[in-house]
Design a protein. Structure first.
Length: 184
């Protein structure tokens, strides 16, 4: 049995992505019906910019938790935090990974040694809803994974660029420039 990572993602991101994509598809369908396929090719990249923006800023950021550590996927970068480099997990306005002094000294987490996850925020409950705080349950699960990780000698955080949004954004930008040049 494989240990699948626990993925924490804001549900509003999917709602926004589907909503914006539906509006863009409607507008592009209208261009084809009232205009032509050539006009669609000239207009499409400009309408894909808001879809790309919502995908990158609202849907794509997430936190993946597994036995080895946490993968914090923020807007255009991914930070891998082995459990040995995480000192504490705190929920303020968003999930914060407080790093050990060694990991913070290596330059991760800024001056305070804190890596913030854009994707997982505290949800405020209204009156009449369940009093069980979902964030506390999630923090308990993550702290349990951290406690069961065992020794990780030589573990260091690492940062990589998220290539999918960068390549997609560059392709849309090239398409926009090409469409502008062809439209004259």
């Amino acid at each position: 049995m494989t240990d699948r990572p626990l993925v924490l993602r804001a549900p509003a991101g999917l709602i926004w992505l589907v909503g914006v994509a539906a509006v863009v598809l409607f507008l592009l369908g209208d261009v084809v019906v009232r205009g032509s396929w050539q006009q669609l090719l000239l207009i499409a990249p400009w309408t894909l910019i808001p879809v790309w923006f919502v995908w990158v800023v609202l849907y794509l950021p997430h936190v993946a938790i597994d036995a080895e550590g946490a993968h914090v996927h923020n807007v255009l970068r991914t930070i891998h935090l082995p459990w040995a480099t995480v000192d504490d997990l705190v929920m303020r306005w968003q999930l914060e990974f407080h790093l050990t002094p060694d990991a913070a000294a290596a330059g991760f987490g800024g001056r305070k040694g804190v890596v913030e996850a854009w994707s997982f925020t505290r949800r405020w409950r209204g009156l009449g809803r369940s009093r069980v705080d979902e964030t506390e349950i999630t923090l308990d699960v993550m702290r349990g994974k951290k406690a069961s990780a065992g020794r990780q000698p030589g573990a260091r955080p690492s940062v990589t660029w998220s290539l999918a949004p960068l390549v997609t954004g560059a392709a849309i930008a090239v398409w926009c420039v090409t469409a502008a040049l062809l439209a004259g």
